[in-house]
Design a protein around this ligand. Structure first.
Ligand code: TYD
Length: 206
């Protein structure tokens, strides 16, 4: 494996895609081949799974939800991420399996350990080179999200306590793996955050 795999994580509304887009521009400016992707829905099959997870009416049982997210991820890794890394690209993904561990493991029926285990199986052990965690208070993140004016999806209709528990779960993951995670205070300006992220990525690129 020759490429570099960078994931962006954090609760809804912290600005992951803005930061991922700016990092993509920067790396392309340095002549890196960048594959920008996302979960859920980074492949055609994944788009159908995304639809089921976020926009289908009715309840989804917790284990079914965890397996649907991990099915999306298994296909994404096998057909898009691994091939891109094999050809030396930098892969930037908006969310990866830490999202499942945090969201499905926080406040729901499943433990973080079991969600991590099924996901490690799903991706056949592929860990990111770097995971950027954008950290923000759950009520602040919700306030930012509300300004976009779009209808909330099934996950976004969850209570604020669920997002705060998810945030804490992300922070726990980061403290368990301090070498892989880079935690950024998402209350800072877009430019400040991007400068910190670029400095960290430059240290990896060498
Ligand atoms: P995302 O695509 O980031 O949201 P949006 O496009 O609406 O900004 O993610 C959709 C939702 O799915 C989000 O609430 C987080 C949730 N999610 C999980 O619960 N588990 C997962 O494994 C992933 C990847 C996302």
């Amino acid at each position: 494996m020759t490429g570099i795999f960078i994931t962006f994580e954090g609760i809804d509304g912290v600005g992951k895609s803005t930061q991922a887009n700016l990092l993509q521009d920067y790396l392309e400016g340095l002549n890196h081949k960048v594959v920008r992707t996302l979960e859920p829905g980074g492949t055609e099959l994944g788009q159908e799974i995304r639809q089921l997870l976020l926009h289908r009416k009715g309840e989804v049982a917790p284990r079914a939800e965890a397996l649907l997210f991990s099915a999306d991820r298994a296909h994404h890794v096998a057909t898009k991420i691994r091939p891109a890394l094999a050809e030396g690209s930098v892969v930037i993904s908006d969310r990866y399996f830490d999202s499942s561990v945090a969201y499905q493991g926080a406040g729901r029926a499943l433990s973080m350990e079991e969600v991590r285990e099924i996901n490690l199986w799903a991706v056949d052990g592929l860990l990111p080179t770097l995971t950027v965690l954008l950290d923000l208070d759950a009520s602040e993140a919700r306030a930012r999200r509300n300004t976009t004016g779009t209808e909330p999806d099934r996950m976004e209709r969850e209570k604020i306590e669920y997002f705060e528990a998810t945030r804490q779960a992300f922070l726990k993951l980061a403290s368990n793996e301090p070498d892989r995670f880079f935690v950024v205070d998402a209350a800072q300006s877009v430019e400040t955050m991007q400068a910190q992220i670029r400095a960290r990525v430059n240290a990896i690129l060498g």
